[in-house]
Design a protein around this ligand. Structure first.
Ligand code: ME8
Length: 663
């Protein structure tokens, strides 16, 4: 029987659109889910949205929408962004679904049957953004000790859960399971918190209407965290028989902000209900943006979709998991992302594939040679090292991501990726040292074959392990290597063995894998645009209501600022001009764009003579692919409006220096 592997992300609040922090957790979970599928596990990967509670209620009110309309709309935004980022979730749960309401009612009934629910009243401080209660003593400077924001005084009748009764059992569980919470620092934090004594927990609210009514007292709604945490059970089919096939979860992946809810409240609820506890809770660190906390008021909330549109999905996925150890805080800086994309991906990975495939075509007709031991080539230190590194990869990945003996250390995506990139780096060093171009010149085809086989085989083995984090890139590598790989049914250990690249295959011509990013084309902002103001209630007229799909049509006609930024527009000064022979409208211009003088062919000859063009300031597209016009190469495009007979050139109205970007 295949090993079950149930992995979850938090379910995200739908009071706002998805951002880079949400993407981080979800990409990490996706990478682990993909890796576990490669190991042959029966993976169930769940994500979803948290749609009840005061925070959602307030956000909907502020947007002038009903909570249901807002949650429907924003749950769709989350699903769309996950699709965009290549997330392979098997389930998606929304807490407003009927199946979930039933699961919450059932779990509540179990807590109650176990004698852990009692009626009372409290007077406490409540932090709406965190949906958390605090005592006067716990506040820090009168504000929420977790997020530092203002708290509200609430005085309510409430039902309580006897959390205080579970401290000892939680500690005993943690003693027996050092891997229960990771990394270690988080384990210690939870342990100390529990040891400090637990207070009973209010699990119902009377002041919040947007929630699941308490089955035995519908004047109350279920506290949003009891509601939300239950999602992990709902998705297994709970309470219907058979849910045990999925439950308990093997791993909950969460941010450090919601550790207490997952590592204290959730296990206590489960203990009370007589249900098994999740095997592991892995908590990761916090991303800041250019050193600052992400916040809507600062306008620095990064949209993962915009980043993926510009850099590509895989560079973003790679950056997030490689840049900082999972568990540590880190800074999301676009400069660092550019560096990673240009060094690790373009210079190392893309370059190794491109040069190996290109040389295979140049020297060996594109045919993969047989793996041969060639003295002076395959016994070079770099070649030996490549084979050692490749042989070690399965073990390194297993230890970092799957080995129960190392589970208490958390997940170590960065270490795993580093090992895969060592193979690539050593591959490039080997090609450089072995210099197949010299071997080809000397007519030593066997030696050339041995160099290229080693490089291509190193890429094949590394790509198997890069797949969980960079699925699209790995697939493109497989295409280039002429391989068909199904990662969901692969025997990873066997596939990773050296020598798997079939000799005799004819490879397609090299195509670029990871293009370099031109830092000059980088957009200035990555922020999520403000949520559009809700449409005002349509007055009752005889107008036909628009179906939702059509109402969104207009949005799709827009391009983002990032699309616009892809066009590199610069001011140029024409230094020389002459008519193109045999053409009555083309002029060949030499245009100074600051860093160089470009030859550009423009179809403006019927409105402008060559003489009157010299010295003119114009606007040109400088990142257009070169083209041949009447046999003359053109490296850009001159902007003008009108038709050939009546044309007006676009000119800056002041003497801006050549090369200045037009924005
Ligand atoms: O807490 N850096 O939802 P939420 C890293 N609905 N990760 C970040 C991040 C950042 N700056 N910002 C957010 C909730 N995250 C509840 C969860 S689960 C039963 C209910 C990630 O929308 C991180 O995983 O506030 C964090 O735990 C989660 O988003 C919080 O998402």
């Amino acid at each position: 029987m295949r090993r079950p592997f149930y992995i979850t992300t938090p379910i995200y609040y739908v009071n706002d659109v998805p951002h880079i922090g949400h993407a981080y957790t979800t990409i990490a979970a996706d990478a682990l889910a993909r890796y576990r599928r490669m190991l042959g596990d029966d993976v169930f990967f769940l994500t979803g949205t948290d749609e009840h509670g005061q925070k959602i209620e307030k956000a909907a009110e502020a947007k002038g929408e009903s909570p249901q309309a807002m949650t429907d709309r924003l749950a769709g935004r989350f699903q769309a962004v996950w699709q965009r980022l290549g997330i392979s979730n098997d389930g998606f749960i929304r807490t407003t679904e009927a199946r979930h309401k039933q699961a919450v009612a059932d779990l509540y009934a179990r807590l109650k049957a176990n004698g852990d629910i009692y009626a009372g009243a409290y007077e406490d401080w409540y932090c709406v953004p965190c949906e958390s209660f605090w005592t006067e003593l716990q506040l820090k400077g009168g504000a929420c000790p977790d997020c530092g924001r203002a708290v509200d005084k609430v005085r309510e009748q409430s039902y309580f859960f006897r959390l205080s009764a579970y401290g000892d059992r939680l500690l005993a569980h943690m003693d027996a399971h050092p891997e229960f919470v990771s990394p270690k620092s988080r384990y210690n934090e939870v342990y100390q918190f529990v040891k400090g004594g637990l207070r009973d927990l209010s699990i119902s609210r009377t002041g919040v209407r947007w929630g699941i009514p308490l089955p035995d007292d519908p004047a109350h709604t279920v506290y949003v965290w009891l509601d939300a945490l239950t999602n992990y059970l709902t998705a297994t089919g709970y309470p219907a028989p058979g849910f045990e096939r999925r439950w308990p979860a093997q791993v909950h992946i969460i941010g450090k902000d919601i550790l207490r809810f997952h590592a204290v409240y959730w296990p206590a609820f489960l203990l009370s209900a007589g249900l098994p506890l999740p095997e592991r809770i892995v908590s990761h660190g916090w991303w800041t943006i250019d050193g600052e906390k992400m916040s809507k008021s600062k306008g620095n909330v990064v949209d993962p979709g915009l980043v993926a549109d510009f850099f590509g999905v895989d560079p973003l996925r790679y950056f997030l998991l490689r840049e900082i150890p999972f568990g540590k805080d880190g800074d999301f800086s676009i400069d660092r992302l550019v560096q990673r994309a240009n060094t690790d991906l373009a210079n190392d990975l893309g370059n190794l594939l491109n040069r190996a495939v290109s040389m295979l075509h140049r020297y060996l007709g594109g045919v993969v040679p047989a793996p041969e031991e060639v003295p002076g080539v395959t016994d070079r230190p770099e070649a030996v090292r490549i084979r050692e590194l490749c042989a070690a990869l399965p073990g390194v990945f297993h230890k970092a991501l799957a080995d129960p003996a190392h589970a208490a250390d958390g997940l170590r995506f960065d270490e795993a990726l580093e090992a895969a990139f060592q193979v690539i780096g050593t591959g490039n060093a080997f090609v450089h040292e072995a210099a197949p171009w010299n071997l080809a010149k000397a007519g030593d085809t066997r030696a050339v074959g041995a160099v290229l086989y080693t490089a291509l085989e190193a890429l094949r083995v590394a790509s198997l392990f890069l797949y969980p984090v960079m699925p699209g890139t790995a697939r493109r590598i497989w295409e280039q290597l002429g391989l068909t790989v199904d990662p969901d049914t692969i025997d990873l250990a066997a596939a990773a063995r050296w020598g798997g690249l079939p000799a005799g295959a004819v490879l397609p011509a090299a195509t670029p894998l990871c293009p370099r990013i031109d830092p000059d084309t980088i957009p200035a902002t990555w922020s999520i645009p403000h949520e559009p103001a809700p449409a005002k209630e349509t007055p009752v007229t005889d107008a036909v209501p628009q179906p939702a799909a059509e109402a969104h049509q207009a949005d799709d006609d827009f391009i983002s600022i990032h699309d616009f930024a892809k066009v590199k527009l610069q001011v140029g000064v024409v230094r020389e001009a002459e008519p193109v022979k045999k053409s009555n409208k083309l002029l060949r211009l030499q245009v100074d764009i600051g860093t160089e003088v470009r030859q550009i062919v423009a179809g403006i000859g019927r409105s402008y003579t060559a003489e009157e063009m010299v010295g003119r300031r114009i606007v040109v597209v400088t990142n257009l692919r070169p083209a041949m016009l009447m046999g003359v190469e053109s490296n850009g495009m001159v902007l003008a409006a009108g038709d050939a007979e009546a044309l007006g050139l676009l000119t800056p109205s002041a003497d801006v220096a050549p090369g200045t970007r037009v924005k």
